[in-house]
Design a protein. Structure first.
Length: 300
């Protein structure tokens, strides 16, 4: 019997890439896929992996799901509700320990330490919970997705000629495809026990620089404006909740919390990570993919 790894989040944008690469690195028979909503995911079974049902909010069901697993990829929940996320993550950790899982890999976010950004609250809480548990863990701080640029640019939609943000600073964006591949390599290595790994792109860009790149790609002038917090909220009145939540990110950005370029992603890939210019171009060719991704953020 091999070393069994349980994957969560496989139906999602990052988890599906991790899955694709892991299939090339370890035997499919060593992979158990825990799916939140198993309906309509027959293609997973065709890959030769075992598919089990697993809802983070139903700990009873997870006991059976995690049985026989040696390691677990805990994919962070997509939500702005901290309590919901923290409860879901800690329940998963508790059940994994009881089920005999020996190593948890957690997908956190590369905002550096001690950020006041609300998006980090559940990540820090989960990281702390894992560090104080006797189970082996690896915290993977995934770089901000390049395709999340509309969010960083203050909910920018491609129809607009203005980017208005309440702060600026460099961001070491990373391509989701690269993050997924590197995450799969970390898991397949069976290594990195007790480590916090930060995965970022090879260059950090200010939001003003991203706006210039976007201007070039969209072939139009896009004005870049730094606005007050109040003005930012006023401009995003139609999505006040998410705007208030996201506003807290800009102080971290201004302090350089997202600016650090870490070489680990490049080392794991064995080549230069994808560049923002390339990913922006692909994303913009794909019928307003950025606008679609933004709509998802607003709805979570
Ligand atoms: N690094 C970044 O810039 C960045 C950007 C966005 C998000 N994130 C974080 O990274 C995570 C993965 O990102 P993503 O882009 O892959 O998100 P995504 O496409 O929304 O995928 C989220 C995954 O979580 C699963 N899920 C949702 N609710 C669940 C539950 N109650 N129990 C178990 N699984 C559940 C979904 O399964 P179903 O499809 O079956 O619901 C899906 O597989 C996000 O959840 C978020 O925490 C990071």
């Amino acid at each position: 019997m091999g070393h069994k790894i349980i994957l969560t989040g496989t139906t999602g944008k990052l988890g599906s890439v991790v899955f694709k690469h892991l299939l090339q690195l370890i035997p499919a028979s060593d992979i158990i896929v825990s799916v939140h909503n198993p309906d309509g995911h027959e293609e997973l079974k065709d890959k030769g992996v075992e598919v089990r049902s697993g809802d983070f909010n139903d700990p009873e069901s997870l006991v059976l799901t995690f049985k026989g697993g040696d390691a677990l990829l805990l994919m962070s929940l997509p939500s702005r509700d901290d309590e919901y996320r923290i409860q879901g993550h800690t329940q998963v950790i508790d059940v994994a320990r009881k089920a005999g899982v020996k190593h948890i890999y957690y997908t956190s976010l590369a905002f550096g330490d001690e950020s006041d950004a609300k998006v980090m609250k559940a990540h820090y809480a989960t990281e702390e919970y894992l560090k104080h548990d006797d189970i082996a863990c690896t915290i993977i701080r995934e770089g901000p997705y390049m395709t999340s640029y509309p969010l960083y640019l203050g909910f920018y939609e491609t129809s607009s000629d203005t980017v208005a943000v309440p702060g600026d600073g460099k961001v070491a964006f990373a391509a989701r495809e690269d993050l997924g591949e590197a995450t799969a390599k970390i898991i397949a290595s069976g290594d990195y026990n007790g480590k916090t790994v930060t995965l970022t792109g090879s260059k950090a860009y200010s939001l003003q620089e991203v706006t210039q790149l976007l201007s070039q790609e969209l072939k139009k002038d896009i004005a870049f404006q730094k606005v007050s917090d109040e003005e930012f909220l006023k401009r995003n009145e139609d999505k006040r909740d998410v705007a208030e939540w996201w506003l807290s990110t800009y102080a971290t950005l201004e302090k350089g919390g997202l600016a650090t370029v870490d070489p680990t992603l490049e080392q794991l890939l064995g080549k230069k990570p994808r560049q923002l210019e390339e990913v922006l171009r692909d994303s913009l060719q794909n019928a307003k993919a950025g606008d679609k991704e933004l709509a998802q953020w607003v709805s979570h």
